[in-house]
Design a protein around this ligand. Structure first.
Ligand SMILES: NC(=O)c1ccc[n+]([C@@H]2O[C@H](COP(=O)([O-])OP(=O)(O)OC[C@H]3O[C@@H](n4cnc5c(N)ncnc54)[C@H](OP(=O)(O)O)[C@@H]3O)[C@@H](O)[C@H]2O)c1
Length: 255
């Protein structure tokens, strides 16, 4: 009988082989919100897998390419992706320069919790709907027609475990991430005849610096790391995952 260790070794080997085999050379990848904690990991992973990456941000934050050799494969563009004019310009500027967007990963989002619905302000509700849902709608609206015209596209949005089941005190966040799952389903149905895959992942708590600071006594080992999640995102954007569309993938770690 095989020991747990030998199963673990085989699994680990398969995982490494899968990740190493992914190659996105000649692919133009747009990462919206690519400078946040998860966005940085996704941006770097695509660069390491030879893609040309355009990463959008809203505040002036720095992201370094993995090394100088790969510097030319990263372009940073500032854009508020909750504003339709700026989204339109972002997409048309990229198409003018690179000719095509093969892959789009939307990492823009934010959390608001620990409030009853009575405590929640209208502007807080609107903010959750804007960054978690409207941004996903706008970027999809402007990227998908281009992907349909080229009959190729991979899209991944980032929802949340809370989009499936709220634990209370997070109504705006939960409703916005839940709406995102339905948006992904609708988009996948609209695009499946055009060789386009649209999926989302549903992380629970991610092992980010912000979460470690906010919950210093938690067991961080139970949380998915940004690199664990970027592996799943890259897989969904690869030809290996061409039969997956309209899915909301649980990526909870042990949280
Ligand atoms: N962290 C978690 O535990 C967790 C759990 C479940 C789901 N998620 C989801 O995972 C995703 C990434 O989370 P994270 O922890 O990496 O978040 P983060 O570090 O706060 O990154 C969020 C990103 O969104 C960008 N952004 C915010 N508003 C924007 C706007 N209007 N236009 C353009 N970009 C905007 C930010 O840009 P700047 O860097 O320029 O400000 C940043 O790049 C989010 O969708 C989040 O909801 C996170």
């Amino acid at each position: 009988m095989k020991s747990f260790f030998s199963y673990y070794k085989t699994y680990h080997l398969m995982q490494n082989q899968t990740i190493k085999r992914l190659n996105f050379s000649n692919k133009v990848v747009l990462v919206i919100g690519g400078t946040g904690a998860l966005g940085r990991a996704i941006t770097r992973s695509f660069i390491e897998c030879n893609a040309q990456v355009i990463s959008s941000y809203i505040t002036d934050s720095n992201i370094e390419p993995p090394n100088r050799e790969t510097e030319s494969r990263l372009q940073l563009i500032k854009a508020d992706t909750s504003n339709e004019e700026q989204v339109e310009k972002l997409v048309s500027d990229i198409l003018a320069k690179y000719g095509q967007i093969h892959i789009m990963v939307n990492v823009v989002g934010g959390y608001l919790g620990i409030k009853t619905v009575g405590e929640l302000e209208e502007k807080e509700w609107d903010k959750m709907m804007t960054i978690n849902l409207k941004t996903a709608f706008l970027i999809s609206k402007h990227v998908i027609p281009h992907m349909i015209s080229t009959k190729y596209g991979k899209i991944v949005h980032i929802s949340s475990k809370t989009g499936l089941k709220s634990n209370g005190y997070d109504s705006a966040y939960a409703a916005s991430k839940s709406g995102l799952i339905r948006l992904v389903e609708s988009l996948s149905e609209e695009t499946k005849e055009s060789n386009i895959n649209v999926n989302c992942i549903m992380p629970s708590i991610i092992n980010t610096e912000a979460n470690r600071k906010a919950m210093p006594t938690a067991n961080f080992e139970k949380w998915a790391r940004p690199d664990d999640l970027s592996n799943i995102v890259l897989f969904l954007c690869s030809e290996e995952a061409k039969v997956i569309t309209g899915a909301a993938i649980p990526t909870y770690g042990l949280a």
